[in-house]
Design a protein around this ligand. Structure first.
Ligand SMILES: [Zn+2]
Length: 367
């Protein structure tokens, strides 16, 4: 059993490595391990045989849409690598490694709303940046209008996605005031660029207050003022998520004030609250999914204590059944049948659940 699963795993690796282009080869239909209601799938409008259309090779792909998703946490991008700073070269390496290992970027919003749209066999990943630093979004006066610094986070993301459009492009920037991204005359210009290019602007407190050390009135004031200020700059934009400064929050019952609250008649309601540490997040289909406490993985190799991006890439290489692997269809949730009790049926909306078991490996190796 073990041997077979290793062979299958190697096959999967070769398959993923071979898949640096945008499409997955048509599934080989010699393996038919499907159980459940796959055959009830409606034939496609083009009248192609259903098997060519909705069929994926379960043995090869092993879709698991109840697997874990990494939400990566970055801070600065800078010339010298440090605990909270990634060099441009290392950030590029991170993106390349993710790309080469079958990860595709999705927005935090799509993760929260359970609208993960990546091709069959690929794994979603979310990218976040805290603090709104200049090196995350720096505009340079080129003499010929403003240009994005190619070595700031936005420049690096833009360039990478131009080179690899199928990687996806999204990131959430958790900013605080008074001067997000540190160029005071360019705040609006940057905000507009971000929201028009697939990026998100999130709450990181009004002035990076430690929300675990102030009273609940001050917590609400800090979080409201951040949202109010962003609304002043972008009246139609809805701030949806919060990354806790220092990962700190009021204890016990009072935690609810980081989720929603109000100050001087202005209220906020975060759909997601992101923590600082230190492991992948559950699938949005999972009974373990809690958008009010989403863990993140550090996008770093320094002082990560075994919980950094590369540690989890390795972990998922060894334990592929633990990660989210897409079935390529946003209308269905495909899971190994062993996961059926671990999905939260209330979150599936109109999605259809497809379960399968593998002929040769019907019990994924637990570790
Ligand atoms: Zn911070």
């Amino acid at each position: 059993m073990k041997k077979i699963s290793i062979v299958l795993y190697l096959f999967l690796c070769m398959f993923l490595i071979g898949c640096t282009s945008s499409s997955i080869p048509v599934a080989d239909n010699t393996d038919k391990p499907i159980e459940g209601n796959i055959n009830e799938e409606k034939p496609d409008e083009n009248n192609l045989p259903a098997i060519e259309n909705n069929q994926i090779d379960y043995e090869k792909i092993k879709p698991n849409e109840n697997g874990q998703v990494m939400i990566l946490m970055y801070h600065g991008i800078g010339e010298e690598e440090a605990e909270w700073i990634r060099t441009p070269e290392n950030f590029k390496k991170d993106l390349q490694t993710l790309y080469d290992n079958g990860y595709r970027v999705i927005s935090l919003r799509d993760y929260i709303e359970n609208k993960i749209d990546v091709e069959a066999g690929f794994t979603p990943v979310v990218i976040t940046f805290d603090d709104g630093l200049l090196n995350q979004f720096n505009l340079l006066d080129s003499g010929d209008g403003m240009k994005i610094d190619p070595d700031c986070a936005v420049g690096l993301l833009e360039n990478f996605s131009e080179k690899y459009p199928d990687f996806g492009k999204a990131a959430s920037f958790f900013i605080y005031y008074p001067i997000p991204f540190r160029q005071k005359d360019l705040i609006k210009e940057k905000y507009e660029f971000l929201i028009n290019h697939g990026y998100e602007i999130g709450n990181h407190g009004y002035n990076h207050e430690n929300l675990g050390k102030i009273n609940i009135e001050e917590v609400q004031k800090s979080l409201s003022k951040n949202v109010m200020k962003t609304k002043e700059i972008l009246p139609d934009y809805e701030v949806q998520s919060l990354a806790l400064p220092y990962g700190a929050a009021p204890k016990g019952e009072d935690y609810k004030y980081v989720v929603s609250g109000n100050y001087e008649g202005f209220s906020y309601d975060h759909k997601a609250v992101l923590l600082v540490g230190s492991n992948p997040a559950p699938s949005p289909n999972s009974i373990k999914f809690n958008p009010q406490r989403l863990p993140r993985v550090r996008g770093s190799e320094m002082l990560v204590a075994g919980t950094g991006l590369y540690d989890y890439i390795k972990y998922f290489e060894k334990n592929p059944h633990k990660k989210y692997i897409s079935d390529g269809d946003t209308n269905t949730i495909t899971i190994p049948e062993s996961e059926i009790d671990n999905i939260d049926k209330d979150r599936l909306v109109n999605k259809k659940v497809i379960t399968y078991h593998l002929q040769n490996d019907n019990k994924p190796d637990e570790s």
